[in-house]
Design a protein around this ligand. Structure first.
Ligand SMILES: [Zn+2]
Length: 404
């Protein structure tokens, strides 16, 4: 099973057979995919393309029950109306909003559930919380979702409808991310946080689908919004798998986009830094789902950009709003502001020579965005907040999960 496979560090090359999320050097680990597995287990012929489970043999696990079986296999839409923005490149949009809960997160969640047993969990204030809660509900698996204390009630209600154990946790969000992984390891709860190795394995199928769509070529540039750096890392991992197995002979330029109000990865790129440093107090942005001041896989995402000849740009909120309106009006795709950053970035990418005439350019529209729901008078009231240091005891109390 994928969950027990070797893990490797992208930065120092260290390898471990232990199911850790982090290397001793501090960088996130990913699961080693032998080139022979890609060669031998790549799907034959066109076959079914309705989900990521087209690659089940290669992923070494079968689909989970419920909506996780429908993750991935998303449409790639040609959008000539946007070609002018890409200096005459041919623009396509990968519509990740077509996933069961409306975002790319479902790929990683589905693989994470498929490769583990027992309770799952996550730390999220948005799309990933919905994805894990819904996918666990569909697979009849216990689920705990840790949300920040200040989460808007509307979002809390949407997550609660899938009936996870929901904990509002007060305190620093970055610390909560790391603490949940440690508590989860002790209590046998598989925390599917944004850059854990199992999530990377599922999300890399986005790269597999793109390369199949363009075979025997590859797109020239793939433009992705970036937050934790997890998805950019996963796409890079998928491309590396394919090149190591000889299925592609070059990598697309990975071009990452941040909201200017909170852009630690763009700043590190521009500074020529080797590591992404946390940003002191990032500002509010309309693209809140990618506002991450301390991205856990930021340095790995930076490495992905440099290894593929890509770039990182930051775009301001006015440009993001305008791009979102144009996306809807000119392509018919309603997307969340974070996804609209890809269109907003095209001008800058053209100026830097990252996209241009004759190029095949893919914008990854990562999600449809949180849908507003009317208040539900029968919904239970939100839970009281708990402190990070009480987390272990609260999870043990609430779920009866056994101690490791
Ligand atoms: Zn390392």
């Amino acid at each position: 099973m994928t969950g027990t496979a070797d893990r490797r560090c992208h930065a120092c090359g260290a390898r471990t057979e232990t199911a850790l999320a982090r290397c001793d050097c501090g960088e996130p680990l990913w699961i080693e995919t032998p080139a022979t597995a890609v060669s031998e287990d790549w799907p034959d012929g066109p076959g079914p393309t309705g989900s990521m489970w087209r690659y089940a043999d290669l992923l070494a696990t079968d689909a989970p029950g419920g909506v996780g079986a429908a993750a991935g296999g998303t449409p790639l839409v040609r959008t000539p109306a946007l070609d002018g923005d890409a200096d005459g490149g041919r623009v396509r949009v990968k519509v990740e909003g077509a996933n069961p809960t409306g975002t790319f997160k479902d790929r990683g969640t589905a693989l994470g559930l498929a490769a583990t047993e027992g309770p799952v969990g996550t730390v999220s204030h948005g799309n990933m919380a919905l994805s894990v809660a819904a996918t666990a509900a569909g697979a009849d698996r216990p689920c705990v979702v840790l949300v920040p204390d200040d989460i808007p009630e509307g979002r809390l209600g949407q997550i609660a409808q899938f009936d996870p154990t929901l904990l509002r946790v007060a305190g620093d969000y970055g610390r909560l991310y790391e603490r949940s992984l440690a508590v989860g390891a002790d209590r046998d709860v598989a925390f599917l946080n944004s850059d854990v190795p199992l999530r990377m394995e599922g999300q890399k199928t986005l790269a597999y689908e793109l390369c199949e769509a363009f075979a025997p070529e590859v797109p020239d540039a793939v433009v992705l919004p970036v937050s934790s750096g997890g998805n950019a890392s996963a796409v890079w991992k998928g491309l590396r798998d394919l090149r190591a197995a000889g299925r592609i002979d070059r990598l697309p330029r990975l071009c990452l986009v941040q909201a200017a109000a909170c852009a630690p990865i763009a700043r590190a790129f521009e500074d020529g830094a080797e590591r992404v440093r946390p940003l002191e107090g990032g500002e509010e942005t309309v693209a809140y789902s990618i506002a991450n001041a301390d991205p856990p896989s930021g340095t790995r995402a930076l490495a992905a950009v440099r290894a593929t000849g890509g770039t990182v740009v930051a775009v301001d909120d006015d440009a993001i709003r305008s791009a979102r309106r144009r996306f809807a009006a000119e392509t018919g795709l309603g997307i969340e502001p974070a996804s609209a950053t890809t269109l907003a970035a095209l001008d800058a990418l053209g100026e830097r020579g990252a996209v241009g005439a004759g190029d095949d350019v893919v914008l990854v529209a990562t999600g449809t965005g949180f849908r507003e729901a009317p208040p539900d008078p029968d919904a239970t009231s939100p839970p009281d907040p708990v402190g990070i240091d009480d987390l272990d005891a609260r999870i043990a109390d609430l779920t009866g999960f056994r101690s490791g």
